[in-house]
Ligand binder design. Structure first.
Ligand SMILES: Cc1cc2nc3c(=O)[nH]c(=O)nc-3n(C[C@H](O)[C@H](O)[C@H](O)COP(=O)(O)OP(=O)(O)OC[C@H]3O[C@@H](n4cnc5c(N)ncnc54)[C@H](O)[C@@H]3O)c2cc1C
Length: 432
C-alpha cells in the first residue's frame, strides 16, 4: 500500500488545545513548510499565555494577565477561541464544539492538556482551584482580604501558592499526606531542605495528613483533617492534581481514561492521522524505556508539540521516536529550583553542597544527582544554576540508549473501516 504524500494533500490540520503543546505544534508545522490551513480550537477565550505565571507573578501582583501572553510566531493560523471540543468522530474526520460548530480535518493534533479535579471533600462551592488565568485572578482577589489561607496539596503549585501568600504577609497552612513538600517532583533530599526553608518562612504544616471535610464556617471555612483536628481559614485552595482533558474523546473509540495513548512517535493508537502532545498524552519515551509515561511540564509540552507536528507531516517511512528529557523549574522563597531527567527512587544519590557546612543548605546552593548503572539520569538543584546547567547539558548530550517500544494493542472496539485499519496496523507492526 502506497502512503500518501501528506504535506501535499492535507488541506486542513486542526489543533485542539491552544496551550504550550498546541502552539508549539502549529509553529513547527509552519517551520516544516506545511502550506495548508492550520485551525486552532481552544476552550479558553484568551489567546495562548504563560500558564506557570498563574501560581507566580499573577498571584503576587507582579504580573497582569496581559504580561503573560505567550510569545509565538502567529504564521497564518486561524483561531477559534472560546470553543470547547465536545466530540471527535474519527470516521468522518470531524470535531464538534460546544458552540454547535463542526470542524473537518485531514490531520488532527490533540493538545487539550489536563485540568484540576475538585476533591471529594470539597462538597461546598467556593474552594479555589488554580489552573488558568480566571482561577488565578479569582484567588488573587480572595487573598486581598484573607488573613489565613488553607492550602491542600504540597506539590509544586501548592508550595508556590504558599510562597505568594507569605509574600503578601498572610498566614498559611499547607496540608499534605507526604512527610515533606514536593517529594514527587524534587525527591526526598531536596524536598526536605525546601520544607525546612518554608518552615523558616513561617508556613504552618500539617504533613502526613489528609482532609476529611471542608465546610463553611462564619465568613470562612473549617477544614477537618483525618485525625479530627479542625483548621479555620478564610480561603481554601486545592492543588491536589488533575487529570487529562479527554472527556470529548469518549465516543472516539479510544481508551483515554488515563491520557491519550500514543506510540513512540506520538501517533494516537487506534486513530489515523491523529497525534497527541503535552499533558494529555501518554507515550513510551524511549529515552527511558517502553512503559507509557507522561511529560507534564512546560518545556516537555513544547518539545512534544514540535515532535508531534513532525510526525504528522512525516511522509513514507518512520518519523522516528519523539524523546524528551523532563525538565522544569520553579521559583519560590527566593530559591531557584531546577530539575532535569528522572529522579529514580531506586537510583544512587550524590549530593554536592555549594558551600559546605552551612545550615541553610538550600539557600547556600545544592545539587543532587540520581544515578543508575553509573550514569547520571536525574538532577535537581537549588540556587546552583551554573552547576546545574553544565551537568544538565552533559546529560542531554548523552546519546540515547537503544530501547525498543513494546507493541501496543489497538485500544478500540470501534469497527475500523479498512482504509483506516490497514495503516494503523502497519504502524503497530512497525513498533513491534
Ligand atoms: C498553576 C500552574 C503552574 C505551573 N508552573 C509550572 C512551572 O513552573 N514549570 C513547568 O515546567 N510547568 C509548570 N506548570 C505545568 C505547565 O503549565 C504544563 O505542563 C503545560 O501548560 C502543559 O501544556 P499543554 O499544552 O499540554 O496543556 P495546557 O497548558 O493545559 O493547555 C491545554 C489547553 O487546551 C484547552 N482545552 C482543554 N480541553 C479542551 C477542549 N475540550 N476543547 C478545546 N480546548 C480545550 C485548555 O483550556 C487549555 O487552554 C504549571 C501548571 C499550572 C497549572
Amino acid at each position: 500500500m502506497t502512503r500518501r504524500n501528506r504535506r501535499a494533500d492535507y488541506g486542513r490540520i486542526l489543533i485542539v488545545g491552544t496551550g504550550r503543546a498546541g502552539v508549539a505544534a502549529a509553529e513547527e508545522l509552519r517551520r516544516q513548510g506545511y502550506p495548508g490551513e492550520i485551525a486552532m480550537v481552544g476552550a479558553e477565550k484568551e489567546g495562548p499565555y504563560d500558564r506557570p505565571s498563574c501560581s507566580k507573578g499573577i498571584l503576587t501582583g507582579h504580573k497582569r494577565p496581559q504580561d503573560t501572553r505567550m510569545p509565538f510566531h502567529d504564521e497564518d493560523l486561524t483561531w477559534y477561541l472560546g470553543r470547547k471540543a465536545v466530540d471527535l468522530d474519527p470516521d468522518n474526520r470531524r470535531v464538534e464544539t460546544d458552540t454547535g460548530e463542526s470542524f473537518a480535518y485531514d490531520g488532527l493534533v490533540i493538545a487539550t492538556g489536563s485540568s484540576p479535579t475538585m476533591p471529594k471533600w470539597a462538597a461546598e462551592p467556593g474552594v479555589h482551584l488554580l489552573h488558568n488565568l480566571e482561577h488565578a485572578w479569582s484567588l488573587r482577589r480572595a487573598l486581598r482580604d484573607a488573613e489565613r489561607v488553607i492550602i491542600v496539596g504540597g506539590g509544586i503549585t501548592g508550595s508556590e501558592v504558599a510562597s505568594a501568600v507569605r509574600s503578601m504577609a498572610r498566614n498559611c497552612v499547607v496540608i499534605d499526606s507526604k512527610p515533606q513538600v514536593m517529594v514527587r517532583a524534587l525527591g526526598e533530599e531536596v524536598g526536605n531542605h525546601v520544607t525546612d526553608v518554608m518552615r523558616g518562612e513561617g508556613v504552618d504544616f500539617r504533613l502526613g495528613h489528609r482532609v476529611a471535610t471542608a465546610n463553611r464556617f462564619r465568613d470562612g471555612w473549617m477544614v477537618q483533617l483525618d485525625d479530627g483536628e479542625n483548621l479555620v481559614g478564610d480561603v481554601v485552595v486545592a492543588t491536589t492534581g488533575g487529570r487529562p482533558d479527554t472527556a470529548w474523546l469518549s465516543n472516539s473509540g479510544i481508551d483515554a481514561s488515563k491520557g491519550v495513548v500514543c506510540d513512540e512517535s506520538l501517533r494516537v493508537v487506534g486513530l489515523e492521522d491523529v497525534v497527541a502532545c503535552g499533558a494529555v498524552a501518554t507515550w513510551p519515551n524511549l529515552r527511558y524505556g517502553p512503559q507509557l509515561r507522561k511529560a507534564e511540564h512546560w518545556i516537555s509540552s513544547l518539545e512534544q508539540g514540535r515532535g508531534a507536528a513532525r510526525t504528522l507531516l512525516a511522509e513514507d517511512g518512520d518519523p522516528g521516536p519523539v524523546t524528551v528529557i523532563p525538565r522544569f523549574w520553579t521559583e519560590q522563597w527566593g530559591l531557584r529550583i531546577q530539575v532535569c531527567g528522572e529522579l529514580v527512587p531506586d537510583g544512587e544519590v550524590s549530593i554536592s553542597e555549594m558551600k559546605r557546612h552551612r545550615r541553610d543548605t538550600a539557600r547556600a546552593g545544592v545539587v543532587v544527582g540520581y544515578h543508575r548503572d553509573d550514569r547520571l539520569v536525574g538532577l535537581v538543584s537549588v540556587n546552583a544554576a551554573h552547576a546545574f546547567t553544565s551537568l544538565a547539558r552533559a546529560m542531554i548530550a548523552t546519546p540515547l540508549p537503544t530501547l525498543q517500544a513494546t507493541p501496543m494493542p489497538l485500544q478500540t472496539d470501534r469497527p475500523l473501516n479498512t482504509e483506516i485499519a490497514e495503516p494503523a496496523r502497519r504502524r503497530l507492526a512497525s513498533v513491534a
